[in-house]
Design a protein around this ligand. Structure first.
Ligand code: SF4
Length: 335
């Protein structure tokens, strides 16, 4: 995406908030998340476990289950505000316009149903009485699209490898040609070689459908190879958002910088750099910037005021008070 013409926004998320209501109080899993997804773009949402990235994905699909609740915000899919849709209306949008490859999709297939029937089910749930023969043909071509032998349609999930099951999940997610595909940790249970092949297939399918993709994951290294822009999440908020190359070369937020520095490299062979401390409790988040208890650049104001995600440079946004001190100093590493 770096240096490319900015294209049309297909999905606009504003001030999204999701809380889980527990006897001890609300767990603020997503707190004021906002971003845009552009036509044909691959946007990565990356963060540690519990950072809110998967909850954000589920909220976009309106698949948050009690005790979770979407507390507020807007999710506009090509001018259609999803959060105000009735359940029935959202059901017709789900899969046909915005679709999800859920985390652990390989375990969510029905074990006693043939793969082809599971794909056909998704189509039948959205289209009235599709012609049987045409439906079978569509199932076979969807399997071919995700690089599976069309004969796979007659197999049961237990007869498939992990990578094949992941591809079936992908076929279900794209069966109705959605504009937006959300892939939540789509390859986390696969070995590295299979991971690469499944990702290649996902992006080829994306191009064929002319869709935009939100890739959710915890692996910054994998993300860096796959997406155009990255949104770094921390404690339910976006800490930083920007094009992948400049974000990796010149991280603005101290957390992003530490994440990037923790990536393995040939120069630092054998040296493992983690991020000291633990993510905060979302039940009782620290006041001010949620990263302040771990931040090596913490200042007085950091424990008082929550930093907003603000435009710091072209295409670059960060939620960090350091920018009030001067972006130039920060980028030159003086701060
Ligand atoms: Fe660190 Fe303060 Fe920036 Fe938070 S706002 S990341 S504590 S410098």
């Amino acid at each position: 995406m770096e240096g490319l013409v900015v294209s049309r926004v297909v999905l606009r998320v504003q001030d999204l908030r999701v809380h889980y209501h527990t006897p001890r109080g609300p767990v603020r899993a997503v707190e004021g998340v906002g971003f845009e997804l552009r036509a044909g773009e691959r946007l990565g949402l990356v963060g540690e476990s519990g950072s809110g990235k998967s909850t954000t994905a589920m909220a976009l699909m309106q698949l948050i289950r009690p005790p979770g609740r979407i507390e507020g915000g807007r999710v506009e899919l090509d001018k259609l505000e999803l959060l105000s849709l009735a359940k029935e209306e959202m059901r017709s949008v789900r899969f046909s316009r915005i679709s999800l490859i859920p985390q652990g999709v390989m375990n969510s297939l029905n074990p006693v149903m043939r793969v082809g029937a599971q794909i056909a089910d998704t189509i039948e749930a959205h289209e009235e009485r599709p012609d049987r023969e045409a439906l079978q043909k569509r199932v076979r071509s969807l399997l071919a699209l995700v690089e599976l032998d069309p004969a796979t349609a007659r197999m049961y999930p237990h007869e498939l490898s992990g990578g094949m099951k992941q591809r079936v999940g992908m076929a279900i997610a794209v069966a109705l040609r959605p504009q937006v595909i959300i892939a939540d940790e789509p390859t986390s249970a696969l070995d590295v070689v299979v991971q690469k092949r499944v990702m290649d297939t996902l992006f080829r399918v994306q191009q064929e459908l002319d869709a935009a993709v939100i890739l959710v994951g915890h692996d910054m290294g994998l993300m860096a190879q796959c997406v155009d822009r990255i949104g770094v999440m921390y404690a339910g908020r976006l800490a930083e958002l920007g094009p992948v190359q400049s974000l990796l070369e010149e991280p603005l937020h101290p957390y992003t910088r530490m994440l990037v520095e923790s990536l393995p490299s040939l120069e630092r062979k054998g040296v493992f750099r983690g991020i000291p401390g633990l993510p905060p409790s979302l039940l009782e988040p620290p006041p001010g910037c949620p990263f302040h208890p771990r931040c090596p650049q913490v200042m007085d104001r950091c424990s008082d005021r929550v930093p907003e995600l603000e435009e710091v440079a072209a295409e670059r946004r960060a939620a960090c008070h350091l920018h009030a001190e001067g972006f130039d100093k920060l980028s030159r590493g003086i701060l």
